[in-house]
Structures are given as structure tokens and as C-alpha cells.
Design a protein around this ligand. Sequence first.
Ligand SMILES: CC(C)(COP(=O)(O)OP(=O)(O)OC[C@H]1O[C@@H](n2cnc3c(N)ncnc32)[C@H](O)[C@@H]1OP(=O)(O)O)[C@@H](O)C(=O)NCCC(=O)NCCS
Length: 160
Amino acid sequence: MYANWASDPEVTKFLTWPSHSSVDVTKSLLATWISRYEDGGYFNWVMEYKETGKVIGNISVIKLDERIDAADMGYCMSRAYWGQGLMPEALIAVMDYLFDVVGINRVAACHDANNPKSGRVMEKAGMKQEGILRDAGKNNLGICDKVWHSMIRSDRKCDL
Ligand SMILES: CC(C)(COP(=O)(O)OP(=O)(O)OC[C@H]1O[C@@H](n2cnc3c(N)ncnc32)[C@H](O)[C@@H]1OP(=O)(O)O)[C@@H](O)C(=O)NCCC(=O)NCCS
């Protein structure tokens, strides 16, 4: 994780956390994540590249609202693997799991308006754009407009 994406400022440019300054930062974050698996409502996956077994990215529920069965997603991936449609593939798989296994009703995600390629991931995974919240977010580049997308259970074509 440290070598492949967490230490790369190009990956974290539009994210809310700074790139990791040492492998110890990554190790301690992973220890926190692992301890949180004990809570039933914690969902965080590493993406493994099938051919090589390398870990190349991460996708997780960054906020779960159990009151309305809603999950907000976050994701990031090693630059070497961008542009192959891998994150849309991962987001579709995770949304299927959240809708079908966990029983979530709404899956949403937002991106900095200046990071449209993340918006493409959301669109390619079948989410619909909801709107733009002006100056509503802050990431490593400063205050930004947040573009929200979502899929709700009733959007799914295969739902009976
Ligand atoms: C956003 C991100 C997850 C996209 O994942 P991905 O697997 O590359 O997604 P895709 O292959 O579907 O490409 C999505 C878009 O990225 C752009 N893109 C494709 N190849 C690219 C490359 N080599 N370099 C930069 N951008 C590229 C294209 O606009 C593409 O859209 P298109 O398919 O309509 O042409 C990845 O770029 C990333 O990890 N970025 C840094 C972290 C981040 O921004 N996370 C999201 C925060 S909201």
C-alpha cells in the first residue's frame, strides 16, 4: 500500500489525507483498520491484481448511515494501473455486495469538481449525478466544489 499508492502525492492530490511520509504511517493506519473489522458495520477492501497478487488500491465505505441504510464510498489506486477500468469494476462489485448482502438502500460518492476522472468511475459504475455542493469540501488542494453521485436500490435494473 505504501509503495503502490499511499506515498504518491499524485494519487492523494484530491484526497482529504496527506500522502504517507513513511511506511510506519501506513502500518499504523492498517492496524487501526484491522481493529475496526470487529465492529459489524466496517467495510474496507484492498484491491488485488489477479495476475500478480499485488495490492493496487483500496475501496471502502467512508460513512455508513444505518438510520437510512446509506453508504458513502471512497477509493484510490496506484497510478500504474489507472485507465484500465479497474476502479469501476471494483465499485460495481462492492455496490452489488452492499445492496445484495448488507441490505444497503443508497450508495453514494462525491468528488472534487476538478477531478472528473473520479466522476467517470461513478458514472461507469451506474451511479447518477445528484448535484454539486459549492465550496463544500476540503482536500489537499484546498476548498472545493463537491460533485455527488449515487445509486439507490430502485435504480437497479435487475431488482425484482
Ligand atoms: C479516480 C481513479 C480511481 C480512477 O480509476 P481507474 O481504474 O483509472 O478508472 P478508469 O480506468 O475507469 O478511468 C476513469 C477516467 O480516468 C481518466 N484516465 C484514464 N486513464 C488515465 C491515465 N492513465 N491517467 C490519468 N487519467 C486517466 C479517463 O478520463 C477515464 O475516463 P474514460 O474511461 O471515460 O476515458 C484513479 O485515477 C485514482 O485512484 N485517482 C487518485 C485517487 C482519487 O482521485 N480517488 C477518488 C477521490 S473522489
